[in-house]
Design a protein around this ligand. Sequence first.
Ligand code: HEC
Length: 131
Amino acid sequence: MIFSLSLFCFSCSSKDTTPIPQPVPYTEQPAPQPAETPAPPVSSNTSGDPGLKLIEGADCLACHKIDAKLIGPSYQDVAAKYTDADMDQLAQKIIEGGKGNWGDIPMTPHEGLNKDDAKQMVKYILSLKKQ
Ligand code: HEC
């Protein structure tokens, strides 16, 4: 009986010595990151150009690329070869089609195209001239 009592007391005292739980030290949360601003869409400074829109709306890009030769010359090559003074002639060539200036592969005619739209396209192409 005494033994069991002392055991009881022992368990009492041991209970007293249980360490008081310490408050968990405040761990610094990483500062909230500013909302990521979406990268602007990849676009050249000429995007939104009415000439480019016309080109994208026609079949031009099936044969032309801005910066690489495809079936036709790259538009940058065309821009390097011509000046604004050739605009009329180039617009006419887009409408009528033809070959000979870049090789033997002909450009298909675009008879449905009106001259003003063709000129807009040429204007855009010539704007690609490297400074
Ligand atoms: C079937 C393929 C094809 C399509 C479609 C096409 N082209 Fe071409 N384009 C060519 C080829 C080939 C040449 C090179 C012609 C040459 O040697 O004179 C060329 C040349 C050109 C030239 C330079 C002309 C010159 O005399 O140097 C311009 C400008 C041009 N294309 C614009 C356009 C535009 C704008 C469109 C869309 C309305 C278009 N092309 C659609 C194949 C194409």
